[in-house]
Design a protein around this ligand. Structure first.
Ligand code: F6P
Length: 343
């Protein structure tokens, strides 16, 4: 088989581990593998490189993606889909493995409908892909956020401050919830549950009264906080050059509301893209390797238009049309567990 592989959307740790797995498994089955550079942009522009076992031999622990990534969406480019189909056919590819999140999946679904044999591997630090327990990159992002919380704890205590740590996750609070539990945060604010400002101040106040004159507040970038007048505090909606929602800034907004109500000294740390960079955890490497191998094996079984998923400890796959356009939110029962360990 002649297999093409691409990484699309925001990068994360573990992408190279997935690329390496696709190459190794494919070569072991006597396939040829080609990398499309910078996501759908490379398919539009016919920017393709040959991938070999030797050429990918030391990339397992590397962050980023050797193929590059972008948020370019062929739907938003003149004749975009047509150009993708033409280049795919001209290159005589038999199948395409896409490693991506929601945006990449929507384009892949259209290509699949147009007859291109595609197979997906879910990645995003947000962990919001429907149908899979975990996506590549999430575990590493949680580990990075947890390390940051641990470090903020010691300086928060030394200076008796309220430390706000703003984490990514788009419209889902998975990173905040997991890192909040792992780091022993005092409050965790996620998009799925509107958090009253009154409750936050009462948590900080109660801790101070029992001698803990510092608090750690984890806030997801799209968290919603209800002020006493009923107004909702949330990052104002704006969009980037690709039309995707651009978030960030809720930490500072929240800090200024706390300052208005309490004497506490408040500091904000925005973790930002640090959560997406650097070496993947062992969990992400193993997950990426298993999903990558499964993608190639599925193509050999002629299972097209599907995406690999992990459920429990099993790797299986789902039709991409079942996953496209749907976001996996933090389950209310899980958030209750988070809340049990706060304060
Ligand atoms: O989807 C991954 C993600 O890191 C989100 O958590 C975040 O909101 C967004 O991408 C940031 O995108 P960009 O890299 O375009 O700033």
């Amino acid at each position: 088989m002649k297999i093409a592989v691409l990484t699309g959307g925001g990068d994360c740790s573990g992408l190279n581990a997935a690329i390496r797995a696709v190459v190794r498994r494919a070569v072991s089955l006597r396939d040829d593998v080609y990398g499309i550079r910078h996501g759908w942009k490379g398919l539009l522009e016919n920017d393709v490189i040959r991938l070999t076992v030797d050429g990918t031999s030391n990339i397992l622990p590397l962050g980023g993606t050797i193929l590059g990534s972008s948020r370019v969406n062929p739907f938003k480019v003149k004749n975009g889909l047509k150009r993708c189909l033409k280049n795919f056919k001209q290159r005589r590819f038999d199948a395409l493995v896409f490693i991506g999140g929601e945006g990449t999946l929507n384009v892949a679904a259209a290509l699949s409908k147009a007859g291109i044999p595609v197979f997906g591997i879910p990645k995003t630090i947000d962990n919001d892909a429907q149908g899979t327990d975990y996506t590549i990159g999430f575990d590493t992002a949680v580990q990075i956020a947890t390390n940051a919380i641990d470090r903020l704890h010691t300086t928060a205590e030394s200076h008796q401050r309220v430390m706000i740590i703003e984490v990514m996750g788009r419209h889902a609070g998975w990173i905040a919830a997991y890192a909040g539990i792992a780091g022993g945060a005092d409050a965790v604010l996620i998009p799925e549950k509107v958090f009253p400002m009154k409750t936050l101040c009462s948590i900080i106040g109660k801790r101070a009264r029992r001698g803990c004159n510092f608090s750690i507040v984890v806030v997801a970038e799209d968290a919603q906080i209800k002020l006493e007048n009923g107004q909702i505090l949330r990052t104002p909606l704006s969009r980037d050059e690709y039309g995707d929602v651009k978030l960030g800034g809720i930490g500072e907004l929240l800090a200024s509301e706390i300052r208005k109500r309490m004497d506490s000294e408040v500091r904000v740390t925005v973790l930002g893209h640090i959560q997406r960079g650097g070496t993947p955890t062992a969990f992400d490497r193993v997950l990426a390797t298993r999903l990558g191998a499964h993608a190639v094996e599925s193509l050999h079984r002629r299972e097209f238009g599907r995406m690999a998923v992990i459920r429990g400890d099993k790797i299986t796959s789902l039709p991409i049309k079942k996953m496209a356009g749907r976001v996996k939110k933090v389950d209310p029962a899980f958030y209750e567990t988070v809340r049990l360990f706060l304060e």
